[in-house]
Design a protein around this ligand. Structure first.
Ligand SMILES: Cc1ncc(COP(=O)(O)O)c(C=O)c1O
Length: 431
């Protein structure tokens, strides 16, 4: 039975026209004549992205404006430190770009403080831990077998090496976070911090209950909103900022910015967070990326982005329903977000085989853990296909193509041809 988690925001009343990216800004001519070997690879990747379906839940197509900022002369600039307090000269324009990025981020997410320098989502989480924890501290986070990220205690990651991570899980029947067990675990282990966030949880976390549990045991609440941050920006997912001590995020998923990270917090933790980013865990910020983040935050504040974020969720719901109709078992019975997790076992294959067959047909996605057992499922997201301008009908067709590709391992060329035609009808960078 479909399950709806709390506080799913209502869609916007009057939808403005959807935004569509224009043509790519880069002129590959110079690169082609100077370094055809690398230019060839970049063009091949451009064609791969345009000729297949990008359904990896963590990916999206940034706008030409974001790409222009990334390819700008700010890429040349060293700017260790923060605006007005740099270790390098000539930072007046870098300072201006960072101030705008911070101002836009705090306004967009209603936070008192934003640090826009983390090089990635992992760097943001590292800095949050560095600000709040000491090596050896106990931290509660979603267990990796249930969808926790590497930075939530994986043995091969700094988090698993330096902290005592205790994993919480989801209910094997509903796939939802079991708050009763989470509370019991928190009471028993008295963690210094609780991390709320996942790579594959398709529902809205109940931030209020996480806050309550953290307060009860005297723990910090760190929300790793790497995945839903764009939905939050567009009002299509609840905002964790009022509940969390620190919010970590990526800027490149649904948020549609450059690859990078960011941290939000209240004024009382601002200085600790800033020092944890620079100089504790990073050197010079990548100022071209900071400028590109500012561009993305500006885009995310528009009515067009609000519509986009709600479309992303609507499309994921159509896809989830279509996959169920094809025989896949969709975890939690659906989705509130851009993420759909499905078990292909009823079709007679595991997640890895399904991914291979889908990939052969031009549909690119990941495998992921399932709430029950050791078998892997598939994880897909609708951020990129929605940016391309695809609609509900396209989502329903993609679900049917999934069923065909996974069920019929023979000649996939007719399916691949239809996938290519669908992708080419909706170019990510038309023009
Ligand atoms: C929940 C979560 N945290 C952190 C990260 C890390 O982001 P990055 O790959 O930019 O380091 C991800 C990336 O997918 C994520 O999903």
């Amino acid at each position: 039975m479909p399950v709806t988690s709390p506080a799913a925001p209502a869609p916007p009343a009057v939808p403005p026209a959807p935004d569509r990216p224009d043509a790519l800004p880069q002129d590959f001519g110079t690169l082609l004549s100077q370094d055809p070997e690398i230019a060839g690879i970049l063009l091949a990747e451009r064609d791969r992205q345009a000729g297949t379906l990008q359904l990896i839940a963590a990916e999206n197509f940034t706008s030409p404006a974001v790409l222009a900022a990334l390819g700008s002369p700010l890429a040349n600039k060293y700017a260790e430190g923060y605006p007005g307090a740099r270790h390098h000269g000539g930072c007046e324009h870098a300072d201006a770009a960072e101030r705008i990025a911070v101002r836009r981020a705090t306004a967009l997410f209603g936070a008192e403080h934003a640090n826009v320098q983390p090089h990635s989502g992992s760097s943001a989480v590292l800095a949050a831990y560095a600000a709040l924890l000491r090596p050896g501290d106990t931290v509660l986070a979603m267990g990796l077998p249930f969808g926790g990220h590497l930075t939530h205690g994986a043995p091969g990651n700094f988090s698993g090496r330096w902290f005592d991570f205790v994993g919480y899980g989801v209910d094997p029947d509903t796939g939802l976070i079991d708050h009763t067990r989470l509370r019991a675990l928190a009471r028993a282990r008295r963690p210094k911090a609780i991390v709320c966030g996942s790579i594959s949880y398709p529902r809205h976390p109940d931030y209020e209950t996480f806050r309550e549990i953290a307060d009860e045991v005297g723990a910090y609440l760190i929300v790793d909103a790497a995945h839903p941050m764009g939905l939050i920006a567009g009002g299509a997912a609840p905002n964790p900022a009022p509940y969390a001590d620190v919010v970590c995020a990526t800027t490149h998923k649904v948020l549609r910015g450059p690859r990078g990270g960011m941290i939000l917090c209240g004024a009382e933790l601002a200085e600790r967070i800033d020092r944890a980013v620079f100089p504790f865990t990073q050197g010079g910020a990548q100022m071209h990326t900071v400028a590109a983040k500012a561009v993305a935050f500006g885009e995310a504040a528009t009515p067009a982005f609000t519509l986009y974020a709600h479309q992303v969720v609507a499309h994921a719901r159509v896809l989830a329903a279509g996959l169920e109709a094809e025989g896949f078992e969709v975890t939690t019975g659906g989705t509130d977000t851009h993420i759909v997790v499905a078990d292909p076992a009823p079709l007679g294959v595991d997640g890895r085989t399904a991914r291979e067959r889908l990939s052969a047909a031009g549909m690119v996605l990941d495998t992921c853990a399932l709430p029950y057992g050791d078998a892997r499922g598939i994880r897909l997201g609708t951020a990129a296909v929605t940016t391309q301008g695809m609609d509900d009908g396209d989502m329903a067709r993609i679900a049917a193509l999934f069923g065909a590709a996974v069920r019929e391992p023979g000649d996939v060329s007719p399916i691949a041809a239809e996938v290519r035609a669908l992708a080419e009808r909706n170019p990510p960078y038309p023009g």
